[in-house]
Design a protein around this ligand. Structure first.
Ligand code: HEC
Length: 114
């Protein structure tokens, strides 16, 4: 019994290191550089002015990362987003996710003509 507890503790203690090895740390400053082309639609403050382009500001980094990987790897399809994510590395994606996630997510009103 004692051994099982010890093994469970060991497994838990090594978990964060295992996760860090597969998921790159996101750098928001590097992400700001890499996201220049994204700002045209998603806004330089992460808030879009078009009802068909989602706000990314303040969104959880893990969610943003998953969506970008899904577009890139063909699990999520969109004629606009798939080509834009094709050449992004896992590190690029982590950086861009950190960049948008660090922004304030306070939405501004969408202009009436959209
Ligand atoms: C031409 C406009 C346009 C550009 C440029 C653009 N996007 Fe998008 N993005 C969209 C649209 C439209 C969607 C919604 C796609 C859908 O309906 O599935 C979207 C969706 C997303 C999503 C998913 C959001 C969610 O809530 O599920 C992420 C993440 C994203 N874009 C990141 C990026 C990144 C990173 C870039 C730059 C490499 C970028 N986008 C450039 C139009 C754009």
């Amino acid at each position: 019994m004692k051994n099982y507890i010890g093994m469970a503790f060991l497994a838990l203690a090594t978990l964060p290191f295992g996760a860090a090895a597969t998921t790159p740390q996101g750098d928001p400053a590097a992400g700001a550089e890499k996201a220049q082309s994204c700002h045209a639609c998603h806004g330089s403050d992460g808030l879009s002015i078009n009802t068909m382009w989602p706000n990314l500001a303040g969104q959880k980094a893990g969610y943003l990362r998953k969506q970008m990987i899904d577009f890139r790897d063909g699990r999520r399809t969109d004629p606009v987003m798939v080509p834009l994510t094709t050449n992004l590395s896992d590190q690029d994606i982590a950086d861009i996710a950190a960049h948008f996630s660090a922004m304030s997510g306070v939405a501004r009103p969408v202009p009436k003509h959209y």
